[in-house]
Unconditional design. Sequence first.
Length: 248
Amino acid sequence: MSSSRRLLASIHDVAPVHAARLDRLVPLVEEAVGPGRFALLVVPDFHRQGLLTADPGFGRRLRDWSNAGCEIFLHGFTHLDESRHHSASARWKAARMTAGEGEFLGLSTRDAETRIAEGRDMVEQLIGRPIAGFVAPAWLYGEDSIAALAAQNIRMIEDHFRVWNPQTSAVLARGPVVTYASRSAARIASSILWSQLATRLLARAQTVRLAVHPHDVDSPRLLAEIARALAAFARSHRPSPYRDLVPG
């Protein structure tokens, strides 16, 4: 293993509504990369099904994960795309790249700033430290959302192909994210194929990102492939925090 090659593992959609699935997913990730050596992407009010602050027990779990070393990212506010998209490009992304989850694709700068500020305050109050950055639901951003992130002094965000600073546009890492889709048998099969190819194609990449979601645990086939891919990448890359991408 080259010590300069990094594996950035993350769990998305961390919220009380997914507590039972996280009970299965967190240990699987920990077994491959080690306790506290992965990021958690937190949604303050996932699908409007319950605020983080309404579940003190889950809030304590989140703080414990943070204290153990996990980086905590804000991951939207509701994860729901409720915007009316005006451009053909945005409409295509909303329809083809996600199933109504691209919350920050069509928000105005003002609305995006409000959600970022409220979500960050809620999460930081729970964990007792600053968030590590922001990742938009479905990795989809509109220009106004990126401007809002820069205005809110967020210094690390990511999409499907890069990690960067929205204030300076400095790119911190490049390369596709390895992730999984569980909504249908066809998506499960294509996810497994991509994951198997990725462990070969990205074996010498400087930075590998692998992201999992709570509903991945609903498919035994996906869980087995995630465990295999994490173990494979952990042999060729050092499990690392996102903060290691920042120079200096």
